[in-house]
Design a protein around this ligand. Structure first.
Ligand code: GLN
Length: 543
């Protein structure tokens, strides 16, 4: 039978509960245990797929095509767990399922209530994920902060869960803030005391406190937290700011987190094997070179919208002994200020995925600049579609080429709606989603990067390369470097005459890990470094 770790958050949001949960997973795996991680999000949307990135950040896509919270990205990057739609559950999904059971008459005669019907449904989702994934430990993160009205049914369900499965099989971890008040020169424990009091008020006594703090916790502070919050002193763990998020498992290990977890859960564990993680972290924090990559996107002020891309560059940097400095360039400003002024300081350009017409012309202009100046270019999803439009307009001479997403009436519809999307009217969960196989052509940058012919990558789109233009574009020098297995959809385009120009219809960023950087990101960074080395040194002005 699996053991369960429930992770809640207190005091304020943005304490890095997701990364903390992921770090617990990483540490338990280093002890030879099999884990899975599940996130409960207390909002009514069925999934974040329909939400604006301003509200929610990136939508992370799993192999099975679920559109999920970005914390699942952390879970996959920190562990070897393969996550599916069962790993991210929202209030919307719970109610959806209870209401449809009610309509089918499954509760015949009963009044349907939050307790027990909603809480039972929540508990069943927890059992299901642990059962189906056959794990030793399931780590369950409750979104939001203790005190939120929305998360109450989840907290009630996890309270009951301990009674159901036995106290030796469950622990509660509370992630909290211990602020440093500079005028008093002290770390303050009161917010944590209040937050734990609130948790105890709903019947949950935390076993471990993970305390975000800018200063190391003193012995006194640890004693005080243990006494007032009723936890063992060794259950008070500090979580200090780190240079890289990947250091967190190692920092938590230093403070004994894995030992106390295994002790409390009575888990048998093997000798710790964490050296490959340590090596990866060393490579991330101590690179010898730097390279500047420009990201031309719509949401420059919203880094959470590009979480997995940012992380993929951390991994790709470590693969090249380089720190990748990301320069965020607002697509519209490329038009306003000109491509050269906006892009002259970067060594490579990435255009990420996106939806809607805003910023499209700026992205296309940035791609023209990359193509003409032989600057490494990487286009992802919408970025690949923009590369096709740019090629059509400026190389193939089809002046009004466009995607029907932005202009339905244009003569040259080089990007069009996928056939499978023609009759789709619902918005949620209806795109071409999840992992699809792709066959690579030899003699391409993609084949060189992956080192194999058959790959599988995750997708999230409605539009595709219009096959009517295949022949014409091939003749003009565009290489169709990857297609679906039946050859029906173009998945990768490249320019063989360019040092590194690759556009992919899928999202490689979702599969990059610190221990296995994504080959396309790694080779893109390598090409940017090579281009940088070739450039003549900037001449100093003589006074
Ligand atoms: N909007 C484009 C499409 O739906 C691209 C999507 C994306 O970049 N994820 O095909």
């Amino acid at each position: 039978m699996a053991k369960f770790i429930f992770v809640t958050g207190g005091v304020v949001s943005s304490l890095g509960k997701g990364i903390t949960s992921a770090s617990i997973g990483c540490l338990l795996e280093s002890r030879g245990l099999k884990v899975t991680l599940q996130k409960f999000d207390p909002y009514i949307n069925v999934d974040p797929g329909t939400m604006n990135p301003y509200q929610h950040g990136e939508v992370f896509v799993t192999d099975d095509g679920a559109e999920t919270d970005l914390d699942l990205g952390h879970y996959e990057r920190f562990t070897s767990a393969v996550l599916t739609r069962d790993n991210n559950i929202t209030t919307g999904q719970i109610y959806n399922s209870v209401i449809s059971k009610e309509r089918k008459g499954e509760y015949l005669g009963k009044t349907i209530q939050v307790i027990p019907h909603i809480t039972n449904e929540i508990k069943e989702r927890i059992h299901k994920v642990a059962r189906d994934k056959e794990v030793d430990v399931a780590i369950i993160e409750i979104g939001g902060t203790v005190g939120d009205i929305e998360s109450l049914p989840f907290l009630e369900a996890i309270r009951q869960f301990k009674k159901d499965v036995g106290k030796e099989n469950v622990i509660y971890v509370h992630v909290t803030l211990v602020p440093h008040i500079s005028t008093a020169g002290e770390l303050k424990t009161k917010p944590t005391q209040h937050s734990v009091a609130q948790l105890r008020g709903i019947g949950i006594q935390p076993d471990i406190l993970i305390c975000r703090s800018q200063r190391p916790l003193t012995k006194d502070v640890r004693n005080k937290l243990a006494l007032f919050c009723n936890v063992e002193e060794e259950g008070v763990i500090q979580n200090l700011d780190a240079q890289s998020v990947y250091e967190l498992p190692l920092m938590l290990k230093e403070d004994g987190l894995d030992i106390i977890i295994m002790k409390l859960l009575n888990l048998r564990y093997g000798k710790q094997n964490i050296s490959s993680w340590e090596k990866a972290v060393q490579k991330i924090v101590n690179p010898s070179k730097t390279v500047n990559i420009g990201i031309v996107g719509k949401y420059v002020e919203l880094l959470d919208a590009y979480k997995s891309i940012i992380e993929a560059f951390v991994h790709a940097g470590s693969a090249n002994d380089a720190r990748v400095k990301l320069c965020w360039i607002e697509a519209d400003s490329v038009i306003k200020c000109g491509a050269k002024a906006s892009l002259c300081e970067v060594d490579g350009i990435l255009v990420p995925g996106g939806f809607g017409g805003r910023g499209i012309e700026g992205k296309i202009e940035a791609i023209r600049y990359a193509r003409e100046n032989k600057m490494p270019f990487f286009g992802i999803c919408l970025g690949m579609q923009c590369a096709v439009i740019e090629f059509a307009r400026n190389v193939a001479g089809l002046k009004d080429a466009n995607s029907t997403e932005f202009d339905e009436k244009t003569t040259h519809k080089v990007i069009t709606l996928l056939d499978s999307q023609r009759n789709v009217t619902d918005k949620g969960g209806t795109m071409r989603l999840g992992a699809w196989d792709c066959k690579l052509a030899r003699d391409t940058k993609s084949f060189e990067a992956y080192g194999k012919e058959l790959i599988s990558e995750r997708h999230r789109h409605r539009y595709e390369f219009n096959n009517e233009y295949r022949q014409a574009f091939k003749t003009k020098g565009l290489k169709l470097a990857g297609t679906t297995m039946d050859g029906g959809l173009v998945e990768i385009v490249e320019l063989p005459s360019h040092p590194w120009f690759v556009g992919v219809q899928f999202h490689p960023e979702f599969k990059s890990r610190p221990l296995s950087p994504h080959p396309l990101f790694a080779n893109f960074v390598k090409a940017a470094l090579a281009g940088k080395e070739k450039q003549p040194p900037v001449k100093k002005k003589v006074k």
